[in-house]
Write a protein of this length. Sequence first.
Length: 225
Amino acid sequence: MSITATNPTSRRAYVSSAEIAEYMGVDVSTITDTLIEQSEQAIDDFLGFTERYIERSVTGMISAISSLVVSLDTLDGTAYYADYFKNCEIEIVGGTGAGQRKRIASSTSTTVTVDGAWSTAPIVGSYYSIVQVGKYPRIQDIVIDARTNTVYKLIPEALRRACCAQYQYIVQMGSAYFTSNSSEYTSETIGDYSYSKNKTPNSLMAPKVKTILNSLRRRSGQIVV
């Protein structure tokens, strides 16, 4: 089966609901954003360190705002490539609208467009922070088209498949297994001896996911694609 990447809408933008539906052989309407996010978070926890494309937050004061379009700080002095911040998140950390986070649907050299209306619209002078939430894309997953000065962000095929497999595992095991307090421990019995141990990111991963990702590991623990 060949999975074709579509426009992802999950928080980290690793995988789309359509890809998961195709992988599992179910109707796309049964796929939930909450479980996609849970799957992506589990894989991020499992992967360990990666060299993200955007390592540090980008901060500043909003210089202009019109509906969903936020103009970045003119004092920054940096002209970004188109879609440099696509699929990152912008958080209003000070001033009007503080405490809100939005996913960035697209960006230009000086603006970002968020994917939904603000509950309290920020204003000029509100302070923002832009972060890359997920560990992917990494530096090597970025393609810059010099003809259009546009950034294209690639998500490795193995990572997308791993997200699909983890989603399927969460459905099979039940979401409570991964989120309830009781899931912090697992019990094992050997003969007459029983004990409990903390669950780790490794123990909460689908066996199929480990196979997909471990086959790509370097000895250093980083993932190779």
